[in-house]
Ligand binder design. Structure first.
Ligand code: IPE
Ligand code: IPE
Ligand code: MG
Length: 224
C-alpha cells in the first residue's frame, strides 16, 4: 500500500452480518451486533490511514421488508448501545453524520442521531457518514424536487445528501451489486468486492482494498 495515493472518499456496503452469524451458529441479530461494533473499529482505521470521508450503508430503504423482529432489532439495538456507551461518545475525535430518510425512525432513535451529530459536529479531518433508511432513488428524487429550474447536474448535486464523489466503493460478503447505494456518487468510483463478511472486515482488509485501488488507472472518460 502506497501512503500517498489514499482515496479521499471511501464507501462501504456493510453486507454479510447474517451469513457471518450463521457461520458461527448464532442468530442474525448477533451478526448485526458485531457488525455495528466493527463499524467503529474500521472508521478508526480509515481515519488513521488518511481517508477523509467514509460513508457506510447500514440500512436501506428496502430493508424494511425484512421480518419484523429483525427490523425491530436494527431499530432499537443502536439506541441501547448508545446509552451503554454514553461516556465513550466524548472520545470520538471525528465527525459523524447520518444520511437517509428520517420520517420512519422512532423518537428515541432520532434523539440518539441528533446527539451524536451535535457532539461530533466540530471535529475536523475525518467524517463518518452512516446511511440509514437511505436509498439513492429517494435521494435523487428529493434532490430533483428541491432543485432550482432548469435542473442541471450541479443543481442536483447541490441537493444530494452525499455531495462528494466516491473514489473507492467496497462491498463485503461476495455480492456484486449496488442495492440502491450512492448511484449518482459512484459514477466513477472504483469497485472492490470481497468475500469477507462485514463483522470480519478488518484494517488489514481495508488496506487490501486500498492497495487494489492504487493499482487501477482512473481515466474519467479521458485517456491515460
Ligand atoms: C448487512 O448484513 C446489514 C443490513 C443489511 C442491515 P445482512 O443482514 O444483509 O446480512 P446477509 O446479507 O443476510 O448475510
Ligand atoms: C444492502 O444489503 C443494504 C445494506 C448493506 C444496508 P442487502 O443485504 O439489503 O442487499 P441485497 O438485498 O442483498 O441486495
Ligand atoms: Mg445482505
Amino acid at each position: 500500500m502506497n501512503d500517498k495515493k489514499i482515496p479521499t472518499h471511501v464507501a462501504i456496503i456493510l453486507d454479510g452480518n447474517g451469513r457471518w452469524a450463521k457461520k458461527y451458529g448464532q442468530p442474525r441479530s448477533f451478526g448485526h451486533y458485531q457488525g455495528g461494533r466493527n463499524l467503529f473499529t474500521v472508521a478508526k482505521a480509515a481515519q488513521k490511514l488518511g481517508i477523509k470521508k467514509l460513508t457506510v450503508y447500514a440500512f436501506s430503504t428496502e430493508n424494511w421488508k425484512r421480518p419484523e423482529d429483525e427490523v425491530n432489532y436494527l431499530m432499537t439495538k443502536p439506541i441501547e448501545m448508545f446509552h451503554e456507551n454514553r461516556d465513550r461518545i466524548k472520545e470520538i475525535d471525528y465527525k459523524i453524520t447520518f444520511v437517509g430518510r428520517r420520517d420512519r425512525f422512532s423518537k428515541e432513535l432520532l434523539e440518539v442521531i441528533q446527539i451524536i451529530e451535535a457532539e461530533t459536529k466540530a471535529h475536523e479531518g475525518f467524517e463518518l457518514t452512516i446511511a440509514a433508511d437511505y436509498g439513492s432513488y429517494d435521494e435523487i428524487v428529493k434532490a430533483a424536487n428541491q432543485s432550482e429550474k432548469p435542473i442541471t447536474i450541479e443543481s442536483i448535486e447541490k441537493h444530494l445528501m452525499v455531495k462528494q464523489p466516491v473514489d473507492l466503493l467496497i462491498r463485503t460478503s461476495g455480492e456484486q451489486r449496488l442495492s440502491n447505494f450512492l448511484l449518482w456518487q459512484a459514477s466513477y468510483a472504483e469497485f472492490y468486492f470481497t468475500k469477507v463478511h462485514w463483522p470480519a472486515f478488518s484494517e488489514k482488509e481495508l488496506k487490501k482494498a486500498i492497495k487494489s485501488y492504487q493499482d487501477r488507472n482512473r481515466r474519467f472518460g479521458g485517456l491515460a
